[in-house]
Design a protein around this ligand. Sequence first.
Ligand code: ARG
Length: 464
Amino acid sequence: KEDILRRGRLSAGPSEEVNAFSSSIPADRWIFRSDITVDRAHTVMLARQGIISKEDAASILKALEKIESEGVDAVNIPVFEDVHMAIESKLIKSVGENVGGRMHSGRSRNDEVATCIRISARQELLGIMAELLDLRMAILNLAGENVDTVMPGFTHMQHAQPTTLAHHMMAHISALDRDFERLADAYKFININPLGSAAFASTGFPLDREYTTALLGFDRPMDNSMDGVSARDFILDTVSKLAILEVDLSRMADELILWSTSEFGFIELADTYSSTSSIMPQKKNPDILELIRGRCGTVIGHMVAAFSITKGLPYSYNTDLQEVTPQLLRSFEITRSSLRILTGAISTLKIKKDEMRIKSTMGFTTATEIADTIVRSTGLPFRTAHGIVGKLARGDGNPSLSEVDDASMDMIGKRLSDMGLTQKMLEEAKDPLKNIERRSVTGGPAISAIGKKIESENRKIKDD
Ligand code: ARG
């Protein structure tokens, strides 16, 4: 083979070891199609500007089409310095240097690669946003089926107050809504066109950057050619937003893992989303949820890697930047597959409503409502009511007593009845569903409030 870069300043080619060290094959494979797209746009623009002839442009476009149809394996990236050189070499081999050798006029791999990454990134981002919509929909369906499925809510991992599964699930949806918005925001920073920056100082060829911007579907050309090749903040921005989304997925996975334990017993994963043990025949393990949780750590690692690689780089292009691309690519891959798998696991989840209901009042979760009821009926200050009910919860000389028996309830009922508290009020305060119905403020778990929220979220998902 002839190395088209090694006939001028350099003569001896790199050893296999050096070549392997400099290449970044997964990222180069990832941008293969984008690179052909960029080649096409650049070529059409060059011809339109009269920088190359229309005939040469036609031959180049034809050859590019063939290269694209033969696919990434046929260009044999590992033999070359990178995918850009692999494609250009194949082009020159196919149409001759007098034609193919003109394509790279007014261009550098520096602006080329930056443009390719942006094109691949925006496609990937749209794919992830579509997966995120599916997940939101799956969770919304689960919420819709469980507006009155009572369960305990937790603070500090202690039973706190009753809530519903719908309220809990809608909490996760709220976080995912913001994640979606963040990704839409990331798109804006990705979709700007660096092509035409060349190595960094632009070029003396009369390029039409507005035209390639339109051809490639970018919002606008980048303002400064040095920024065009140096900037990777769009990657830092996107991986950060992916990391935040991953944290949200991980917290959800973590909760589902807890809920599937014997201690909680709230849910059972479908067999298709479970594993078993090689030794313990009874085991049903949530491995896939553990992987979602674990890989969040990997994405955070990619985010930190991307920041660390970039932070000390002088302007303009340095090959350190090549090392940033795989961090983005891996973060995309992990986030996308995690979204899909979590959507599947949630859509097939078995909810153990009885278990949730039984546990919803364990640990005296209705204490707050009882205190509130005392306030409403007797006019005592909340702090006083808090003290009265807190004493009840502590029990008589038995600090571990967490349930309140009827006798104790009777006692406070009798003492406070003169002030307006009735036995019926107390009974209602002890009913978890009544607790929930009362919490009808905006954002609360009351069936009416959640029902409205589910409707509006349904519309929001359709709009997004
Ligand atoms: N493979 C390189 C990258 O991903 C392309 C640009 C290389 N430019 C250079 N002058 N070595 O960043």
